[in-house]
Design a protein. Structure first.
Length: 592
């Protein structure tokens, strides 16, 4: 028996030692892979940058150690890394062109697509070429690919071209089936964000504003494709009306939408011809991940900080219980902006905003911190896909605002939504309530009943006070009268190109234009940019634990599974944790 216990003990010790050794070995391998992936990559002569348009595109790229360890490729790209890669490709003499391979591509907004397309147009000014190929093209990927010198498609491929539509959905009746109602207090005839939960169709005001910005975006797309492909705008509209999507590839050639049909291996031969390579020679290729390791022009001159504010605007305490995606945590942002204000190495700040808003209280805190910062150094706002409602609130106090023509902005208005679960609890579940109270309004906010008329009047006064403050912040920041702001407020959403005409923004352009303006305001001749907040590298993520990355990975998979239903599901989950006053645009613009 003694020998038996010795053998068992020896086996256990052996297993433990083996686990420790394998853990150390695994850690060394991962650290080695991470270290090797972070080095500077050399570029071979006669190289081609490959831009694979598949998956989703967000404002900013994020390394995911969980996906890295599992060996799965990230399904999301960052606009920042794409723009950086295109710029490096333009400046690197060894890179001769860009090969765009179109696939199922879903960007966060047409403003991001516009920024990307403008970068590709700038790349062509260097005299280098762009070739595009797709087994099939989404409308978004074709909008980008149309800038190419040559656009090819698979002989059996498909090109989606149908125009734009916005199809919001409404959950009022669905909630009613569960005995749930939503009580609403809002200011602004155009403030349509709550409609998804409080109405069963679009209001006339919302239909009007959606029609205006949808047609504005489409006009930008039409003009860009028309200029590149030398096809009249009338023809492009006619193609959309006739469902060009189901046309043969021969018809696509006849209509000048593409230049030819090829299989993948044949496109490679075309690229080899451009590079003057023999049939047996390999094409030196650089993927997006490779370009991130390609050396840029260095850090000469003074520093301009580019601070990314992306996602829902939330109060600090709500960060861990709401907004599964990226958030603008007011406490974190205010702290970071305060540090940038005191950093003597930073001569100017560009606040890159891509947000449909959120908490009005949190937006006010960030507004104040911007005010503190601009007293010490210039701050310029660069608007991405959205900078609306709370996103505009945090932007309006800067020295200068730059927006893309198709940026969705404005939406100066606020609301409060208060779910009433009494029907669910009392009628559906049979829960009974009783009450003892000391004062008239001690039971305010009870789950047993909806707000009464007097309580709603208090809430309406509260919401109205918040709207007047928002309106005054805009008036002061934009140097307009309160009356002038009221004429363009009321929650109305504007495109960047229209916002310029009514003085909500100062200039049309992308991030580079905002950086150049910040340099001018700071009187800098030479400068470089640094991104804030700095994203944790893969090794830092690994050392700090994988729980957050695991949650992000699962959230990404949930997003893929739910599709368009993801946002309302998350909204309903988190609604009680949101601040009572919300400054946000419609939750789901749902442009397709």
């Amino acid at each position: 028996m003694k020998e038996f216990f010795k053998m068992v003990f020896a086996t256990i010790v052996g297993i433990l030692l083996f686990g420790v050794i394998m853990g150390i070995f695994g850690m060394m391998c991962i650290v080695g892979m991470v270290a090797s992936s972070s080095g500077v990559k050399s570029v071979d002569d006669n190289s081609v940058m490959v831009l694979n348009l598949s998956g989703t595109m967000e404002e900013r790229s994020q390394s995911d150690v969980y996906a890295f360890v599992l060996g799965s490729s990230p399904s999301s790209m960052g606009l920042d890394e794409i723009l950086s890669a295109i710029k490096k490709a333009k400046e690197n003499e060894d890179i001769k062109g860009i090969y765009i391979e179109a696939g199922m591509f879903s960007p966060d907004s047409y403003a991001s697509l516009q920024a990307m397309r403008n970068a590709l147009a700038d790349f062509k000014k260097s005299g280098k070429w762009i070739i595009a190929y797709g087994d099939s093209y989404t409308q978004a990927s074709y909008y980008l690919a149309s800038i190419a010198d040559k656009v090819y498609i698979n002989p059996e491929g498909m090109l989606d071209w149908h125009g734009l539509a916005s199809e919001p959905f409404f959950l009022k009746d669905a909630l009613a089936k569960f005995g749930v109602k939503v009580q609403l207090s809002k200011v602004g005839a155009y403030k349509s964000a709550p409609e998804m939960l409080t109405a069963d169709k679009m209001s006339d005001a919302n239909r009007e504003q959606v029609s205006v910005y949808l047609n504005g975006i489409w006009e930008n797309i039409l003009k860009a494709v028309s200029d590149s492909r030398k096809i009249s705008i009338d023809s492009l509209n006619a193609y959309a009306d006739r469902m060009l999507t189901f046309s043969t590839t021969k018809e696509l050639i006849d209509k000048k939408m593409v230049d030819g049909v090829m299989y993948t291996d044949e496109v490679k031969k075309e690229v080899k011809k451009l590079l003057k390579l023999g049939e047996d020679e390999q094409i030196p290729q650089l993927l997006l991940a490779d370009m991130s390791a390609v050396k840029d022009n260095g850090n000469d001159g003074e520093q301009i900080a580019v601070y990314y504010a992306v996602g829902d605007i939330v109060d600090g305490g709500a960060r861990n219980i709401t907004s599964s995606g990226a958030v603008i945590d007011a406490q974190v942002v205010c702290r970071d902006l305060a540090k940038l204000a005191e950093d003597d190495d930073v001569k100017a700040v560009v606040l890159r905003v891509n947000s449909g808003g959120g908490s009005a209280y949190a937006s006010e805190q960030i507004w104040h911190q911007v005010d503190v910062l601009k007293k010490k150094k210039p701050i310029v706002v660069s608007m991405g896909g959205m900078a609306a409602s709370g996103g505009y609130y945090i932007s309006c106090n800067s020295n200068w605002i730059v927006a893309e023509p198709t940026t969705i902005t404005g939406s100066i208005g606020i609301f409060g939504m208060f779910p009433d679960y009494s029907g669910l609890l009392k009628e559906k579940l049979g829960v009974k309530f009783d009450e003892v109270k000391t004062n008239k309004n001690s039971g305010f906010g009870s789950m047993a009943r909806p707000f009464n008329e007097e309580e709603m009047s208090y809430l309406n006064t509260y919401i109205d006070r918040g709207y007047k403050l928002f309106r005054k912040r805009v008036a002061d920041g934009r140097k307009l009268s309160v009356e002038a702001v009221e004429e363009i407020a009321q929650g109305r959403v504007w495109l960047g190109q229209d916002a310029l005409k009514i003085k909500l923004v100062d200039q049309l352009g992308g991030l580079d234009a905002a950086v150049a303006k910040a340099a001018k305001l700071a009187k800098l001749d030479t400068y470089y940019t640094s991104d804030y907040p700095q994203a944790p590298d893969m090794l830092s993520q690994l050392l700090s634990g994988m729980e957050e990355n695991h949650n992000n990975y699962l959230d990404e998979k949930l997003h893929d599974a739910l599709g368009e239903l993801y946002e309302p599901v998350m909204l309903l989950r988190d609604i009680n944790h949101h601040n009572a006053i919300q400054a946000r645009i419609p939750f789901i613009p749902n442009i397709r």
